[in-house]
Design a protein around this ligand. Structure first.
Ligand SMILES: [Zn+2]
Length: 164
């Protein structure tokens, strides 16, 4: 005579439970090395993607800086500088052009004049932002940058004597 519960197989209760495989120290170290290798692969992937994007953007950035500086100079002076003759550094977002002996620079979207020290003739100084003919006039005619050690007279005269 069969009882319903007899139909359940019972011999599985006697099955030996298999212990989960233990990870040895050597395996752990190998896994860690593998993870590090994967992580550094991932790091180099996004970094090289970024570099590629930058390198592809380079020529476009240079052309953009050249066109922008040329347009700004033309808007101010009515004179056109050939964009291709403009030196541009896409990394620092600077572009520099010399026209009629005056050096203009676009520095992170701000137009300035560049002059050497008016005393010793060396170095490179950037003027205030040139926004219109008035500020251009100031930078051209009234701005006399000096090295600190080259000061001939009170620099306050240059800094504070001119009101707009
Ligand atoms: Zn000087």
């Amino acid at each position: 005579m069969l009882y319903p519960h007899d139909s359940h197989p019972t011999r599985h209760h006697s099955a030996v439970r298999v212990a989960a495989p233990r990870t040895t120290q050597a395996e752990k170290e190998r896994n860690t090395l593998l993870e590090v290798a994967i992580m550094s692969d991932l790091a180099s992937i996004w970094q090289s993607r970024a570099r590629e994007a930058y390198e592809h953007a380079g020529p476009a950035l240079v052309a953009g800086l050249q066109a922008e500086l040329s347009a700004r100079i033309q808007a101010l002076t009515g004179r056109k500088v050939d964009p291709k003759a403009i030196y541009a550094e896409p990394g620092s977002r600077k572009a520099t052009a010399t026209m009629d002996g005056v050096t203009f620079r676009l520095n992170k979207n701000e137009l300035v004049l560049v002059r050497p020290c008016s005393y010793c003739g060396t170095g490179e100084f950037e003027s205030i932002a040139i926004e219109d003919l008035r500020t251009l006039g100031y930078a051209l005619h009234e701005w006399h940058p000096n090295h600190k050690d080259c000061e001939e007279s009170d620099p306050a005269e240059y800094l504070y004597n001119y009101d707009f």
